[in-house]
Ligand binder design. Structure first.
Ligand code: 5GP
Length: 190
């Protein structure tokens, strides 16, 4: 059996992290993805407990105070965090634990778990990223502009990640991500 490992997947909103993680879960049987807590309102089609655990500002703060979050960050005016207990349980159980979180959170995880593997998902270009964000149809003009600004900040830190994958062709990017996770996990096979 392989030991449990921790993988952080970051990259600008619209780079396709969600789709890549869904495919990874399908292809790697011992992969498990953490469900984050957020104070953001649910988007259409998002289900509490599946996409996120939706929480009020007070509930989120209570988790912070109780040391219930492994990391947390403010993104676009909302707070996001990773529940600590479930992540630790899944690592102990031998799962490949996936955190789909922003770069601020990624670096907090590296501090606490130096063995974590940090994967940065890049869009083919900023133009393509903007096109994808608009194509979603869920963001206002203002939100698109804010996410593009955040994307520039996130991209400026990509060299600090362990590996960068350009999500141009989804099949190619999926194969690269699955290959990387399996390669790292195999090193811990006992
Ligand atoms: P969205 O609002 O588009 O779902 O997410 C916005 C950003 O927050 C994305 O970059 C996403 O990866 C990040 N995010 C989601 N959950 C967490 C979390 O638990 N912690 C941190 N630091 N970022 C998160």
């Amino acid at each position: 059996m392989r030991a449990g490992n921790l993988f952080v997947i970051s990259g600008p909103s619209g780079a396709g992290k969600g789709t890549l993680v869904a495919r990874l879960l399908h292809e790697v049987p011992d992969a498990w993805v953490s469900v984050s807590v957020t104070t953001r309102l649910p988007r259409e089609g998002e289900v509490d407990g599946i996409h996120y655990q939706f929480a009020s500002g007070e509930e989120f703060q209570r988790l912070v105070n109780e040391d219930g979050l492994l990391e947390w960050a403010t993104y676009g005016g909302n707070r996001y965090g990773t529940p600590r207990a479930s992540v630790e349980e899944h690592i102990a159980r031998g799962d490949q634990v996936i955190l789909e979180i922003d770069v601020q959170g990624g670096f907090q995880v590296r501090e606490k778990f130096p063995a974590a593997h940090l994967v940065f998902i890049e869009p083919p270009s900023l133009e393509e990223l903007e096109k994808r964000l608009r194509g979603r149809g869920t963001e206002t003009e203002e939100a698109v502009a804010a996410r593009m600004e955040t994307a520039r900040v996130e991209l400026s830190r990509k060299m600090e990640y362990d590996i960068r994958l350009v999500n141009d062709d989804l099949d190619v990017a999926t194969a690269a991500l699955v290959g990387y996770v399996n390669e790292q996990a195999e090193k811990t096979r006992g």
